[in-house]
Design a protein. Sequence first.
Length: 212
Amino acid sequence: MNNKLLGAAIAAFAIAAPAVALAQSAPAVLIVDIDRVGAECNACKVAGGQFQAMVQQAQARAQTLRTQLQAAGAPLQTAINALNGKAPDAALQARITAFQTQENNANTELTNSQQRLQSIQANINRQILEKLGPITEAILKARGASIVMARNSTLANADSVDVSADVLAQINAQLPSISVTPMPQAAAAPGTAAPTPAPAPAPAPATPRKTR
């Protein structure tokens, strides 16, 4: 009788043991490929296309301003050089002042444009991260893990701990669209900046040198 009980106990342990092993084998660390999520999520792709169009428009505007300044500055520099050190008359001085105003306005416009693009990019990232945090936390709890790390912060990892596909599916479900607008004032915190700054438009040429 005792042998039968012992055999039954061994059989029961043999059935229960795999379940215990599976529970203990849950990975402590999960990995998410943030770059993949940002590049492949449906709303991210739409927002990325809209943002890239804005960057191209800003670059085209910068080129237009540069061309205008060069067109206005070249003959003005020629007139200044022709003075051979003499002071410009009232008409030439007015042209110099007008050019300096034009240049200052162009530089201000380009600076504002760059800051706006950076704010838009920061706002896009903010909207993604606001969803990404709760999603990864829920997956962490469901998998019984201790921590979720970005894939690019690891030297190597097994595919079995990569939950990027799960995160991507949840992002698509919970973030149907992204606002491609500057960062709201209430959400803008000190030090907030986009991970990848928007390309800066080319600076305008220097003011023609005034000969004294």
